[in-house]
Design a protein around this ligand. Structure first.
Ligand SMILES: Cc1cc2nc3c(=O)[nH]c(=O)nc-3n(C[C@H](O)[C@H](O)[C@H](O)COP(=O)(O)O)c2cc1C
Length: 207
């Protein structure tokens, strides 16, 4: 039986998407690092939604390289340490109260930068999956105050423990994203089933 729905007006619509730690390059060549959750894949392109006045959006409008680093659930506190920080100085008025400028985001988060192979911004060494990419299109979002970035992924790095041996498949039973669910952090529960399009060998995910 379905309960009758009620109409509500939530202040945010973040219905549970994976957290990304985005690295971009500042004008002086240093790295910026920012948590985002508005990210989804279309083939080999990842679409990102960014606040237009943040340092990440500003960097991508000027320098195309980026890395989409995917943290695991246990890393949520490092993500949250980055939440009140911006790489933009002075801090734009549109940022929430309590937001402060931090030039060393890696140090503030307690994370380690690792050189990338194909782009200038570094990878986050502790993140099990890292996607090196280039922003091919940076455009204004209809909602105003946001930009939409289409980033073409050129190289994928994965912790070998997450890869089905001898294949290019990420083992979905071994990998778990960190989910941002209405501003709260969650991991995944147990597998419920799989898509008819899954190509991962079943023995890899059994048990
Ligand atoms: C878990 C999480 C998810 C977030 N998702 C987004 C997002 O999708 N897009 C965005 O622009 N900001 C998002 N933010 C806020 C940015 O991290 C924040 O505005 C930060 O100051 C951006 O840093 P920057 O100005 O150096 O780019 C998120 C923050 C957290 C903690």
């Amino acid at each position: 039986m379905t309960a009758p729905h009620i109409a509500i007006n939530p202040s945010i619509l973040y219905f549970g998407t994976p957290v990304v730690l985005l690295t971009t390059e500042n004008a002086d060549g240093s790295a910026n690092l920012a948590p985002i959750s508005s990210a989804w894949a279309l083939g080999q392109v990842v679409v990102l939604g960014l606040g237009a006045e943040g340092q990440s959006a500003r960097n991508l409008a000027e320098r195309a390289g980026l890395v989409i680093n995917l943290p695991a659930p246990h890393q949520w506190e490092a993500v949250e340490r980055l939440a009140p920080l911006t790489g933009r100085d002075p801090v734009p008025a549109s940022k929430p109260a309590g937001c402060r400028f931090e030039p060393d985001k890696f140090g503030a988060a307690g994370l380690r930068a690792e050189p990338s192979d194909t782009v200038r911004p570094p990878r986050v060494a502790e993140c099990p999956i890292q996607l090196e990419a280039r922003a091919e299109r940076v455009g204004e979002a209809v909602s105003g105050g946001f930009v939409i970035v289409e980033a073409a992924v050129g190289k994928v790095h994965a912790d070998p423990r997450l890869v089905v041996p001898g294949t290019d498949h990420v083992d979905p039973a071994a990998w778990s994203p960190l989910i941002y669910n209405f501003r709260h952090y969650f991991g995944l529960g147990a597998e419920l089933g799989h898509s008819y399009r899954s190509q991962t060998p079943r023995e890899a995910v059994a048990g």
